[in-house]
Write a new protein. Sequence first.
Length: 737
Amino acid sequence: MGSGMEAKNLVKLRGQLESVTYENEENSYVVAKVRVYGYADFVTIVGNIPSPTPGEILDMSGEWHSHPKFGDQFKVVFCSCSVPASVYGIEKYLGSGLIRGLGPVMAKRIVKIFGEKTLDVIEQSVEKLLVIEGIGRRRIEMIAKAWIEQKEVRSVMVFLQGHGISSAYASKIYKKYGNDSIAVIKENPYRLAQDIFGIGFLTADKIAQKLGFDEQSPQRAEAGIMYVMYELTNEGHVYYPRPELIAKAKEMLSMVDDVVLETAMESLLMENKIVIENLRTSDAAMGNVFITGYHAAEIQTAKMLMEIRDTPKNTKKICDDTALAYTQKKLSIKFATNQNEAVRAAIKNKLLVITGGPGTGKTTITKAILEIFSLVTDKILLAAPTGRAAKRMFEATGREAKTIHRLLEFDPSKKGFKRDENNRLNCDLIILDEASMIDILLMYHLLRAIPPQATLVLVGDVNQLPSVGAGSVLKDVINSKAFSVVRLNEIFRQAQRSSIIVNAHKIISGQYPLIDNSPGADFYFLREDEQEKVLDKVLGMVKERIPKKFGYNPLSEIQVLTPMNRGMVGTAKINESLQDAINPHGAEIIRGGRRYRVGDKVMQIRNNYDKNVFNGDMGQITDMDSESQTLSVNIDGREINYEYSELDELTLAYAVSIHKSQGSEYPAVVLPLVMGHYVMLQRNLLYTGITRGKKLVVVIGSKKAMFIAVNNNKIATRNSWLCERLVECGGNDLPTF
C-alpha cells in the first residue's frame, strides 16, 4: 500500500495479522489486531490495506495516535504483506478463507502434519495433501486452482490499490481477464467500465489518469460518450439528441475540447458502436444517437409486431357468439360490455392489447381467452417479466407460466437465448402479463422467438411506472393505434369492496384517496411528518403491529416499498434497520460495506444469465460456507450459490424501491411517503406502489407529500421512436374499445 519514499519520521512496525475487526471493501479501510514483535498486547492498526488476511506478516510504516474511545492506535501509511513463516501464522492464514476448499478445521489438520513446510507443500507438491483426512482428489484440484488464483488476484489487488481502485473488484477483474488482468488495465483501463459490474467510468478514468492517459485522449472521449449513453438507457432513453449528448459528455469529462468529442463520435460511428439517425431533422449535426444494439432492437421490434399482426393464424376459425356463450357458461360469469369486446377482439385480431387498473377484469378476460383458444389448440404459452408475476398468472389460470427469460432459454455457452428466429417457440397463442414492464431489448428478443402466425396478447396497466430498462413499449404500442386495444375502466362490484383498488383508481385520476382507518379496513394512512418517527413506525408496523393484527409473516408476506434509495426512509436505511429488528442473530458476512445474514431477504440487482437469475428476483439466504466461500440463496424454490466476490449482485430486500417492485404483488405493503421524497412524488409512482398490495396497504407519512404525489401527473419523457416506426410500418388506426 502506498508508493514513493517513506517519510523519515514514520514509525516502523512488523507483526502478524491476528484478526480483522472492520473492513470496508469499497476503499480497503481496515481496523485490525496485530501481534507486533516486542509488544505484550495486540496492537490496533487502522488504514487502507488491500485484502488483509489473518496470519500474514505486515511490514508497516505509520504513526501512533490516541482515539478518544478506542485508545492507542497505529495509523498505517505504508504497508507490505508477506506470507507467514510460523506454524501458528500458517494455520491462521490458511484458515482465514483465503483459499476455497480450506477452512479452519482443514487448515489445522494440514499444519499438524506439515508444519512450517505447509505452504511449500501446497505450492510445489499439493498431491501430498491426500494423506489428510477429508481431502480427496476433487478438493486437491480445488485447492491447487485456488492457490494459483489467489496469488494472481493478490497481485491484481496490489496493482489496483496503487491506482486508486477498491481491491474488492480484484477477483472479478481476474475472473474476466485472467493472467492478462494487469496488461489489459494498462492498455485500456476504460474497458473496466464496460466489462466489470460495479466499476463505472469515473473509477476507470481515475486509473487511466494515474497510468498517464491524456485528458484529451481519443480513448477517454469515446469511453466517456459510451458511458453517458448507457447511463441514459438506464434512465429509459432509447436514443438521445446529439447536441445534448455532447454537452453531457463534456460536462462529465471536463475540459475536453469539442473537436475531440466530435472526432470520438465519428470514431464510434465508424466502429459501429453507435448509430446516428435524423428523426426530426435532415441536419446530421442535430441527429439522434442510439447505441447500435438498441437501434436494431427498436427497428426490428416494430417490424416483427406488424408481421405478427398481419400474418394469418393457422388455427381453426372460431365463432364469436358460440365461443362467448360457451366461455361464460364454463366460467359461470356474465361478461360486461367491454369484456365482451375484449374477448371478441382476441378472437378476431392477431395482436391485442388489454390495459386497465386493478379490479377491472384483466384476469377474467385472460381466463376467457384461454378457454376459447383451448378449443382449437393446445399450443398456448403464458409469460411475464418477473418470477412473481409469472407465479400469479399460474395461480389465476391454473396453467404454467414462465418468466420471459426462462421462456427464451438462455444458453451461457453462447451468451444468448436458445429461442430465436431459428428456433421459435412452439405456440399458437402467447399471453404476456405485466407488459408495461417489458423494455425494448427484452421485447426484441421475445418477438424473435414468436412464430408470426401466433396470436399475441399483451396484458398490462399502462398507468403504472414504465419499464426499468429503456423504452416505453406498451405505451408506444397503444399510442401507435396500429393494434386493437381494449381499455378496461370499470371497477367490478367485488373489487369495489377493496379500498386499495378504489383508492388506486382515485389516485390515478388525480383524486385524494379515501382514508378509513377503521379496524376492518385494508387501506390505512398514518400521518407523521418527521422522518425519524416515520422510520420508527415502519419498523414497528413490520415487526409487530401487522403480524400481531393480521398474522402476516414479516419476511415472506410484508414488503416495505419506498420511492427512494437514500435518506432516512430510503431503502438502504430501512433495510439496515429491519435486518437488525427481524433477523439480528443469523450467521453473517460483511462484503462491500453490506452485512449479509443467514435468513435475510435479498434481491438480485442485475441479470446473471449463468445463474439463471434476473434483476428483481427475490429470495432468502439459507446458508453460508466459509470453507468454500459461498453463500446460498433460495429463489423461487431453487438454491443459487454465490461466491463471496459476487455478493455485490445481492442487496437486502426488506425494503425495495417502488420501481423494483413492478410486476410483484404482496399480501401487505408498508409505504413511507415523506417530503424528503419530493423529487419522486409522482402520481404513477404512488399508484404503482399502492397496487402492489393485495390485501393490506399502510401508508405512513406526510399528508402534504401524499397531496403532491396525487396532483403531480408529470411523467419524465423517454426518448423512444417505436410509436413512430409502427406508424411508418403501416399503422391503420385500429379501434379502441
